[in-house]
Design a protein around this ligand. Structure first.
Ligand SMILES: NC(=O)c1ccc[n+]([C@@H]2O[C@H](COP(=O)([O-])OP(=O)(O)OC[C@H]3O[C@@H](n4cnc5c(N)ncnc54)[C@H](OP(=O)(O)O)[C@@H]3O)[C@@H](O)[C@H]2O)c1
Length: 257
């Protein structure tokens, strides 16, 4: 376990406040190894082709705490759920600023897909070997040399920009063409807002930390789409963090793509 996670608050149980599962227990003991399987059951998506977001926010809707990253908002239960969702996913998608600012480590064996226009990915902590095993960068052709310089070893998929941005359909197709169907988008604000506006998310996983964060920190993503999500699950840990899982019943625009 990394020093950062070791230093985080360590809740010992989760209350199940809302669930649609008839067999979910009322309480999950985070010290019991069986909890991994119980959490997997609560977070399993209904089908293999599935796109969800997973983020943590403060009471004032900010995504970074006093250290300028999400580490100071999070706790060990949140990281445990994040890890379980990652392990159930074929690929994690992030915007380049998240990779740079969160100083991303390898997510091997789950693929990490980074979306960038600039190609400048400096700031991550991923080795060349790990990048070759499990990192895919989607970028315009002109950014290739910069990606090779700042994230050596990574696989590169070229997409043509439309109005200055890479098309999300192109990103999702690049993943599906590699057999990667179960996808979690972990941030940040700007990338997820595009997923929301274009109706590309089946599910929202959102942790709320019971603290306020600096006003100047980046906020949770916004959207003009007004998509309504319905709550499937609400957990509260013993440190009073809330964990919501919401799904949309609207057919996702990319469902048949
Ligand atoms: N609390 C949490 O759960 C959580 C999770 C993740 C991130 N975060 C925080 O969120 C912040 C980052 O969020 P953010 O909104 O600033 O950035 P972001 O969405 O992570 O990344 C934005 C960057 O991604 C690239 N990008 C996004 N959409 C693109 C598209 N369609 N085509 C091409 N490139 C695209 C661009 O990279 P280039 O600039 O390289 O062109 C853009 O500048 C950081 O502070 C991070 O620590 C928090």
């Amino acid at each position: 376990m990394s020093h950062v996670i070791e230093a985080m608050p360590d809740p010992d149980f989760l209350h199940v406040l809302v669930t649609r599962s008839a067999v979910a227990p009322d309480m999950l003991d985070l010290r019991n190894p069986a909890v991994e399987e119980q959490l997997r059951a609560l977070y399993t998506p209904p089908r293999q082709a599935w796109v969800r977001m997973n983020m943590i926010g403060s009471l004032n809707g900010r995504v970074t705490g006093s250290d300028g990253t999400s580490d100071t908002l999070s706790n060990r239960a949140d990281r445990r759920i994040l890890t379980i969702i990652r392990k159930m996913s074929d690929a994690i998608v992030v915007g380049a600023e998240t990779l740079r600012n969160e100083r991303h480590l390898s997510t091997r064996p789950t693929w990490l897909c980074v979306v960038t226009s600039s190609g400048n990915l400096a700031g991550h902590r991923i080795s060349t070997e790990d990048a070759a095993a499990s990192v895919l960068v989607c970028c315009p052709p002109a950014a290739r040399a910069e990606v090779e310089r700042t994230l050596p070893g990574a696989h590169i998929h070229h997409l043509e920009s439309q109005d200055g941005k890479l098309p999300l359909d192109g990103v999702l197709t690049a993943l599906r063409d590699r057999g990667l169907h179960q996808i979690v988008v972990e941030g940040g604000n700007r990338l997820i807002s595009q997923f929301l506006d274009q109706g590309k998310l089946d599910e929202i996983c959102l942790t709320q930390a019971p603290v306020f964060a600096p006003n100047e920190a980046t906020s949770l993503p916004g959207s003009i789409a007004g998509t309504k999500f319905e709550r499937e699950l609400l957990l509260e840990d013993s440190a009073q963090f809330l964990y919501q899982r919401l799904v949309t019943n609207s057919p996702r625009q990319s469902a048949t793509a």
